[in-house]
Structures are given as structure tokens and as C-alpha cells.
Write a protein that binds this ligand. Structure first.
Ligand code: ZN
Length: 309
């Protein structure tokens, strides 16, 4: 009986191709139970009905957990208007202009609801429990269906005008590279060149089947390194955490990917920024998430904990 009246907090990782939901202990953030919408039909459909069905499932699952939801954190794909809690110019059919925060607040009227970008949420999770612990200034980058990054600056998440959209920065083209990029807005921005679908479009096959020696990996590593070097120059992070499924780099593999990425970042910076972290310490500077593939959903739970403060 005690369990039925227990307080819970919830987290929703609203990703580009998948939603992950969890409930957690409000005082520690420990995950109690989780689920995910592994059915891509939920999100790749072209209609508002798909969106309604997905969110209906999310709400139903959260409501049927044994406990009272006191706070809900959402780390969502964007772009977002964080003032209104609305998804704005996403290319995802059925989601443009959707008031995500208001929708979930209406479903859980007594819960405090906190919305941020998926990468800001993951950065918050890494700050609380992962590789960002004790680190005042760091970046969390996700390489996946899309590319984005969250920045913790002086211990706080950077929002600014709306929120950073680092994945859409423009990169100098590698000489002779014929690939035009796939971003619907910019073509060859970082995401247009290095997202999972971009790498697959370049190689002409699924990432898992792209062998280590395929030039697609060389291009991806080099463009990623250029983007990270740019961010190091602009924000001077004390650490760069690289998450998302793209870090596993299909046929190249995660270990080789990180090894080459670190070398290419050093090459891009060309020794200009004198810090041991960018020299022999780079293995501890550009790192995978401490929370692994749970960075997103645990980050959403961290937002819920923030909301209760
Ligand atoms: Zn773009």
C-alpha cells in the first residue's frame, strides 16, 4: 500500500526517432522503471494521429506507474521555444508548432514540468551523475539521427536567445569532397555532413555495414573533429563528452572512432591552444558519456529533479 502513494518523478527523452520514458526516485534520481517506443512508426508517420498515439502511450504508461508523479522532465528534439514550451521549425511531420510542455502539463496538472533540449538534458545528466561531475564548463555532443550539443558554462546550461543549435554550424569543406550534405535547411552543415543518415547516404549503405576502411568514416571523423575544434576555440570547455549512437561508428567501431577523432581534433587545432588536456591528456578530454546510452533519459530525470528545487 505504501508503494501506491509513493512519490515519483518522470523523465522523457523525446528523441528524433525514439522516445524513452522512465520513472525515478525523487530524492536520488535512481531509475525505477523504464520503457521506450522502439516502434519507429510512432514518429516517422506523416500525420498528427501518429503523434497523438505516441504521446497517448507515454501519458498512459506514466499514469499507470505505482506512485504519484510530482515532477516530469522532458529532453526533446527541437528546435524549441523554451519560453512557450513549443516545438518550432522541426522538419518532423506533425510536430511543427506543437505545444509539448502544455500538452504534458495538462496530462499531469499537479506535477512540475521542465522542458529543455535533448542535449541540454543529457548534459545535465552527465553533470549530475556522469563525466561532467565536478566540471564547471563542458560540452555534451550527440551524434545520431541529428547532431546537437549542450553546453554547461560556469555550472549552468547555456540557453541564450533560444538555445544553441551547434549541429547546424557550417564547416569548411574538405578539398575534393563531392558529397553535398543532407540538411534540409543548409545542405552541408555539421549535421548535414555527419549525422547517421548523412554518413549512410555518402556510403550508400547502413552504418553497420560500412567497413572501417570506407572513406565515409574518414570524412565523418574529420568533419566532426573540425566542428569540435571550433567549439573548443569558442567555448573553451574543460571536457567534451561525445554521446549518441553515432559514436559507435558502425563498422569502424567506437574505440577506433574516438582514437581517430582525438587525433584529428589535435590536427585541426594545430597546437595553438596550449593545454595538456589537448595534448597527452586528450584521452580524458574527449570522452564517451559516463551514463552511456542512458545519458538522455537520465538527463530528463535530472531536469525533473531541478524542477522540484
Ligand atoms: Zn543544418
Amino acid at each position: 500500500m505504501a508503494e501506491a502513494t509513493a512519490e515519483l518523478i518522470g523523465g522523457i527523452e523525446a528523441g528524433g526517432t525514439k522516445f524513452v520514458c522512465a520513472v525515478a526516485d525523487p530524492s536520488t534520481g535512481r531509475l525505477i522503471e523504464r520503457t521506450s517506443s522502439d516502434d519507429p512508426a510512432f514518429l516517422t508517420g506523416k500525420t498528427e494521429e501518429d503523434r497523438g498515439r505516441l504521446l497517448g502511450n507515454v501519458v498512459e504508461w506514466l499514469r499507470s506507474r505505482p506512485g504519484r508523479l510530482t515532477a516530469l522532465g522532458i529532453g526533446a528534439f527541437g528546435p524549441l521555444n523554451l519560453r512557450t514550451g513549443t516545438i518550432t521549425t522541426t522538419p518532423k511531420p506533425g510536430w511543427q508548432g506543437f505545444p509539448l510542455r502544455r500538452h504534458l502539463q495538462a496530462a499531469f496538472p499537479s506535477a512540475k514540468v521542465e522542458l529543455d533540449t535533448d542535449v541540454n538534458a543529457a548534459a545535465r545528466g552527465e553533470q549530475r551523475w556522469g563525466r561532467g561531475q565536478g566540471c564547471s564548463d563542458f560540452l555534451y555532443i550527440t551524434l545520431g539521427t541529428g547532431i546537437g550539443a549542450g553546453a554547461v558554462i560556469n555550472g549552468n546550461l547555456l540557453h541564450g536567445l533560444i538555445h544553441p543549435e551547434m549541429g547546424h554550424m557550417r564547416l569548411p569543406r574538405i578539398a575534393g569532397d563531392p558529397f553535398p550534405g543532407i540538411c534540409a535547411r543548409h545542405g552541408d552543415c555539421w549535421e548535414g555532413l555527419c549525422s547517421g543518415p548523412a554518413i549512410e547516404a555518402r556510403a550508400g549503405r547502413k552504418a553497420g555495414g560500412i567497413p572501417a576502411e570506407d572513406p565515409a568514416w574518414t570524412y565523418a571523423v574529420r568533419y566532426n573533429a573540425c566542428a569540435i575544434a571550433n567549439l573548443i576555440c569558442v567555448l573553451s570547455p574543460r571536457k567534451v563528452i561525445v554521446g549518441g549512437s553515432g559514436r559507435k561508428a558502425g563498422g569502424l567501431g567506437e574505440e577506433a572512432f574516438f582514437h581517430r577523432l582525438r587525433e584529428e581534433v589535435q590536427a585541426a587545432l594545430a597546437g595553438y591552444i596550449a593545454a595538456p588536456e589537448l595534448g597527452e591528456g586528450i584521452g580524458g578530454y574527449i570522452v564517451p558519456p559516463g551514463l552511456g546510452d542512458d545519458a538522455g533519459v537520465r538527463g530528463a530525470v535530472a531536469l525533473a529533479m531541478d524542477a522540484l528545487r
